[in-house]
Write a protein that binds this ligand. Structure first.
Ligand code: SAH
Ligand code: SF4
Ligand code: F3S
Length: 492
């Protein structure tokens, strides 16, 4: 999910998950109290913060971007690598200092680190008042109330059903153009390096009615792009029988059949040709040709797939328990190219220096990158996580300097590939959706093309949410530059 972190085009090493995000939106509706939320980790966590804000809003809280003003401070945390947890601990030290002068401030740890460490966090971090895991956010108002009365609390119950389907997220940090919709929670894969199945629990799919309703609502409020989120979107599956308990409105019996990811994608794409649809993350073992043909059928489904490979070597993939090998992965890429063509963007995640990885096996990762020609990647060195299969079964035996050197080689390779792929776009005419201002210049705006590449264009005459036909005139390894040909061309 990490490719969805905005404003960063090529994310290298540990940075991808260290990007924090603050509640910059001041929502002042005259409520008595204020919360400040800081989020770490993947887009699903950021999405959860929007659910948390919504739950708290219903219970008398506005949001603030200044934690000094806050009655309640939440850190929504990530456990994916050791460094992600270290970042949170550093922040906690900071809040500790603040709380000395403001003892009435409630501090809550939410998200994956809360789930992983549970009540240990209360013991280790004396300043923490509540610890709440990803499936227990409905309990937050109670726990915060109890904490205000001096009663510290923990709820890390993991649910088989909770999807927060009925909660309309408060869009934090919104550009008003692009939004994320969680379509499922948890993960049933057991990749041996990964902590997510332990922190997020069993996989469950959200009622398609509520997903469509959320997308329609966003579109009616002027949003132009939705990204459907899940750890493994291709295994989305909803059926009236299996999911009956999770259904909100039992009268809506019109969906009587099983809805798979391709069906869901089509339902969202049909809302309007002016609503772009993206999704993440695709698992190589599960992505079907049906999904690829659905993408081809609708112009408004963006031609971009995040298909993390992790390693290019079949033995390492087996140790990682990814349940595909190099050949299977390359066949899936072949299907993408055959059905969607060369223009379809493909990105990846790679882990350097997994347990027992040899130099030759590392070379296989570099070579698969050359074959696939990734547009960009999120690249990490292996960080052992307590409790995972790999931590139990294999020694973390690659020295840190070797891990870092291999990672540097992967990053260097990706930078070259990104530049080569970007050069192919120069001279092309493309449609982009304007979603923000350029980081570097006041007189430029930033959009994205269908393949998820950032395109910088002169701002004159444009506004956020415009579709623009551009001609790509130049590129860097991370960015395309364009000139405007037509504003809001007919897309229907
Ligand atoms: N569900 C997604 C991944 C979510 S985690 C998928 O299956 O692709 C995002 C990325 O973090 C992973 O793809 C992996 O590359 C990286 N990652 C996960 N655990 C890690 C670990 N222990 N050390 C280093 N990187 C890790
Ligand atoms: Fe982790 Fe694997 Fe699940 Fe992705 S698919 S969240 S890497 S266990
Ligand atoms: Fe996401 Fe980090 Fe949890 S990547 S699912 S917030 S461990």
């Amino acid at each position: 999910m990490n490719e969805l972190i905005k404003d960063i085009d090529i994310i290298t090493g540990e940075e991808a998950h260290a990007v924090d995000y603050k509640t910059t939106v001041e929502e002042n509706t005259g409520k008595a109290k204020k919360i400040y939320i800081e989020s770490y980790g993947c887009q699903m966590n950021f999405s959860d913060s929007e659910i948390v804000a919504s739950i708290m809003k219903e219970n008398g809280y506005d949001t603030t971007s200044d934690f000094q003003q806050a009655d309640v401070v939440f850190l929504n945390t990530c456990s994916i690598r050791e460094k992600a947890e270290q970042t949170v601990r550093n922040r906690l030290n900071h809040f500790n200092a603040v709380k000395k002068h403001k003892p009435e401030m409630t501090i809550g740890i939410l998200g994956c680190m809360a789930e992983r460490l549970k009540d240990k966090l209360l013991e280790e971090e004396k300043i923490v008042d509540v610890v709440v895991g990803p499936d227990a956010y409905r309990d937050l108002p109670n726990l915060v109330n109890a904490a205000e009365d001096g009663q510290k609390g923990v709820n890390t119950f993991l649910s088989r059903e909770e999807t927060y389907a009925d909660i309309a997220p408060v869009r934090l940090n919104s550009n008003g153009v692009t939004a994320f919709i969680s379509i499922m929670r948890g993960c049933d894969n057991m990749c041996s390096f990964c902590v997510v199945p332990f922190t997020r629990g069993r996989e469950r799919s959200r009622d398609p009615h509520s997903i469509i309703a959320e997308a329609q609502d966003l579109f009616s409020r002027g949003f132009k792009e939705v990204t459907l989120l899940g750890q493994n979107v291709d295994s989305y599956k909803w059926s009236p029988e299996e999911n009956n308990k999770a259904r909100l409105n039992k009268k809506e019996e019109e969906v009587s059949q099983v809805v798979n990811f391709a069906n869901l994608l089509e339902m969202v794409a049909q809302i309007s040709p002016l609503l772009r649809v993206r999704f993440s993350t695709s698992h190589p073992k599960d992505i079907t040709d049906e999904v690829l043909y659905t993408m081809k059928k609708y112009d408004n489904i963006c031609k971009y797939i995040h298909l993390p490979v992790q390693s290019g070597n079949s033995r390492v993939l087996e140790l990682m328990n990814r349940t595909y090998d190099r050949e299977w992965y390359l066949n899936r890429v072949k299907a993408i190219r055959e059905i969607l063509g060369e223009e379809c963007g493909i990105s990846s995640d790679m882990i350097a220096g997994f347990c027992t990885e040899t130099e030759e096996e590392h070379q296989d990762t570099l070579s698969i990158m050359d074959i696939v020609q990734y547009d960009f990647s999120y690249m990490f060195f292996y960080s052992e996580r307590p409790g995972t299969l790999a931590a139990k079964k294999y020694a973390d035996d690659i020295p840190l300097d070797v891990k870092k050197r291999r990672l540097a080689e992967i990053i260097e390779k990706q930078n070259k590939l990104s530049y080569e792929r970007n050069k192919l776009d120069v001279g092309q005419e493309q449609i982009i959706l304007i979603e923000g201002t350029s980081k570097k210049s006041q007189v430029e705006l930033k959009g994205r093309n269908s393949a998820n590449k950032v395109v910088i264009v002169p701002a004159a005459g444009l506004k956020l949410g415009d579709y623009v036909k551009v001609k790509i005139t130049d590129c860097s390894p991370a960015t395309l530059f364009g000139e405007v040909l037509e504003i809001n061309p007919a897309l229907a």
